[in-house]
Design a protein around this ligand. Structure first.
Ligand code: MOS
Length: 744
């Protein structure tokens, strides 16, 4: 099909940008007006134990307080375990606010104060007195290693390590070059800019409209309907704008439960907002302790790969991610053993955080690869090229595309890798040691079932709608671009309506699958609009389209035209007039291709190159340069795509150098639950980052040919930073984050 109006692939600015920067975009807490009640949660101050007594009298007498909810007076909810399981729930017993007197983690919400103002609710919350019987907390993953276990019920089959192949132990024992190292990654917290909030608007006849900070309005919708036994037709959840989430918003959080609970009970609108401190209690990227053992022959060809991970979970759910399986598919190797275990801690259930599993597992693997390169004595890029995998050996499947070799080549060229000297401590800039390190990134490229609706009016205006979310990724813009391209209209003439549970079905926005999935659904719906136009056009008297098939026509500049000769065509308005309609609206739908999945598998790849400059006397490391070369299939919008990679790289710098959840293991309490003490990269920590998208054609990964780009940006970055620090200093630091004390 010929494209006259090329919109997909252009570096366009976000169509929602002006609203966002002018304050016109309303987030979950920005809704509601007069008469709104406000809820504030009271967090537990022990990590494990029981509540003996909650004394609410003082708080209840505080001016403006309406009602205080505790486990003793909580309104009834569903008793059925399954009703509490949201679409991305885990094996186990989902957390239920105010279920009973049991404390499972530090900061667990144990009461909700509802008052006439936010300030009154917050102040009264501080007057709730609680007596606990505290138990001894277990929050140190290192100490719980002895109680590790293989999760009995997998979260997803793909997360289960494959059976060992070949003879990994034997091959390791006999190999001329080998390394075996342990890597420790401390827990991290998501910290999106927008705090969790839900505004439940109580309407006549039991209707509820809820503005929720979530990565999936339909997931929140189904959750509250199930838990409170509500009529799904009477509840709408909206998430028009989401100020970041990084996975923390995949599952419904307690503020949603509280807002709905109180609204139903009091028959009034209720808003519940969290504080920054509470954001640390909700969920986290779990700490891991990993061992990677690699062996190679004299040419650096891998003879054995063994990767074991121990990962934290909570007492009540088995949170699982794919940490180790990457090691069995990243490089060609016939002797592989992968294993994955959990240990329960007295913490809140961990959750997906940008590139869950890969961000930790690939980090360990890529540090190990660097160690092996130095053991064998060959360049780290060369080592990876010598072990390039052309097939996923875990699943014995073919890649739909893999331009990772181009990532290595183009990334290295842009970075200037060739002028790197191999020996550690051999590069300097004045007083600073200079280190250059690199790593590979891999993430799964998938599509999820998604639907969309597209409407084209006789006047040439288009409207796209789907329940899809835009968590800052650019969903609004790319969905608009896809419709504009197929319908041949300018992007300005397309309105995009998303973030609403009543719109066509879409899964949660996660896993880097939204652009490929919802984008393909919009493409299908737009194509269906064009086909309907063609059908109508053919019924017109003296129709120029004769026997023209759907593949032979295009929409361009308000006309339906023949591909082979654009002179032959009819205006959209005339076609609709003749058909007696003022608009055409069609549905589109996509789902993963099961037949294809038996033979093929898709991944997004990257090669990350990092320069650090390090003042050895002060132990201060600066990441002065990063080149991230990404193979992500067809890039729908290079501007929003680049922005995703930049954000991922920044988060990777945080993971490498700064971000560390600190828990006092004597009390099991989080010590640095604020963004002053939990340091994320600030402007001064981020210097030069360059993003390259290498050419990659993929006609199988998704109907659009796009792979996801939301997560690949972070993967490998922390490893590349660590490898660069080794190159600068000769010191291998295997414990993240790499803070000053570890360098000195
Ligand atoms: Mo992503 S961690 O699936 O939002």
């Amino acid at each position: 099909m010929l494209n006259e109006t090329k919109v997909v692939g252009l570096p366009l600015s976000r169509i929602d940008g002006p609203l966002k920067v002018s304050g016109g975009a309303k987030y979950a807490a920005d809704h509601g007006g007069h008469g709104m009640l406000h809820g504030y949660a009271v967090p537990a101050t022990v990590a494990t134990g029981r509540i003996v007594e909650i004394e609410t009298g003082l708080a209840e007498r505080f001016p403006g307080v309406i009602k205080i909810y505790t486990h003793e007076n909580r309104p009834k909810t569903s008793e059925d375990d399954d009703k509490w399981k949201d679409a991305v729930a885990l094996p186990g017993h989902p957390f239920r606010p105010l279920e009973n007197d049991r404390i499972l983690y530090d900061g667990q919400p144990i009461a909700l104060v509802v008052a006439e103002s936010f300030e009154a609710a917050r102040d009264a919350a501080s007057l709730v007195r609680v007596r606990y019987v505290a138990e001894e907390p277990h929050t140190d993953l290192g100490r719980e290693q002895r109680r590790s276990y293989v999760p009995p019920q997998p979260r997803k089959e793909e997360f289960v390590p494959p059976e060992p192949r070949g003879n990994p132990q034997g091959a390791f024992a006999d190999a001329p070059f080998k390394i075996s190292s342990e890597y420790r990654l401390e827990g991290e917290y998501h910290n999106p800019m927008e705090l969790f909030a839900s505004t439940a608007l109580w309407e006549e006849d039991g209707f509820l409209t809820i503005h929720d900070k979530t990565q999936g309005s339909q997931n929140s919708h189904d959750y509250v309907c199930n838990v409170f036994g509500l009529d799904p037709e009477k509840v709408t959840v909206k998430n028009s704008f989401v100020g970041g989430a990084f996975g923390s918003g995949l599952r419904p959080k307690h503020q949603l439960f509280f807002a709905v609970m109180a609204a139903l009970d009091l028959k009034q609108s209720v808003k519940v907002e969290m504080s920054r401190r509470e954001m640390f209690y909700l969920t986290w990227r779990p700490a891991t302790i990993q061992t990677v053992s690699l062996a190679a022959d004299r040419e650096g060809r891998l003879l054995s790969v063994m990767h074991h991970a121990l990962q934290a979970t909570s007492r009540y759910e088995d949170y699982q991610e794919n940490v180790v399986n990457w090691a069995g598919l990243a490089y060609k190797c016939d002797n592989v053993r992968l294993s994955y275990e959990l240990a329960e801690l007295d913490v809140s259930t961990p959750g997906d955080m940008r590139a869950p599993g890969a961000a930790t597992g690939v980090t360990a693997l890529e540090m190990a690869m660097d160690e092996l390169a130095y053991e064998v004595g060959i360049d780290p890029v060369e080592l990876r090229l010598r072990n390039f995998a052309t097939r996923d050996q875990n699943q014995d499947k073919q890649f739909t595309s893999k331009a990772l070799d181009a990532c290595y080549r183009e990334g290295a060229a842009r970075f200037g890798w060739n002028s790197r000297s191999f020996t550690p401590r051999s590069m300097r800039d004045g007083n600073d040691l200079v280190g250059w390190g690199m790593a590979t990134g891999i993430w799964e490229a998938t599509i999820m079932p998604a639907e969309a609706k597209v409407r084209l009016s006789a006047g040439g205006k288009a409207a796209v709608s789907a329940a899809a979310s835009d968590i800052g990724t650019g969903t609004y813009t790319v969905l608009g671009q896809v419709a504009a391209e197929v319908l041949g209209v300018p992007l300005d003439d397309v309105t995009v309506l998303i973030g609403d549970s009543s719109l066509p079905k879409t899964g949660v926005e996660g896993g880097s699958w939204t652009a490929a999935s919802s984008g393909s659904a919009v493409q299908a719906a737009s194509g269906a609009v064009r086909n309907t136009l063609l059908k109508h056009a053919k019924s017109m008297p003296n129709s120029p389209f004769g026997q023209a098939s759907q593949d032979e026509v295009t929409l361009a500049e308000g006309r339906l035209v023949l591909d082979r000769n654009h002179q032959v065509g009819v205006s959209i308005g005339d076609i609709m007039d003749a058909a007696g309609v003022s608009f055409i609206e069609e549905h589109g739908k996509v789902a993963p291709d099961q037949e294809q999945a038996k033979k093929f598998i898709s991944y997004t790849h990257s090669a990350v190159f990092v320069e650090v400059k390090l003042d050895e006397e002060l132990g201060v490391t600066r990441v002065t340069r990063v080149v991230s070369a990404v193979a992500g299939g067809r890039v729908l919008n290079p501007k929003t795509a680049r922005s995703q990679i930049l954000g991922g790289v920044v988060m990777g710098i945080g993971m490498a150098l700064h971000e560390e959840g600190m828990v006092d293991h004597r009390t099991g309490r989080i010590m640095n639950h604020n963004i002053a003490e939990y340091h994320m990269p600030a402007h001064a920590d981020v210097e030069d980052i360059e993003v390259i998208f290498v050419h990659e054609d993929d006609d199988k990964v998704s109907p659009l040919g796009a792979k996801g780009l939301g997560e690949i940006g972070i993967i490998g970055v922390a490893a590349a930073v660590s490898n660069a620090i080794f190159h600068a200093t000769g010191k291998r630091i295997r414990h993240f984050p790499i803070t000053i004390d570890k360098i000195l």
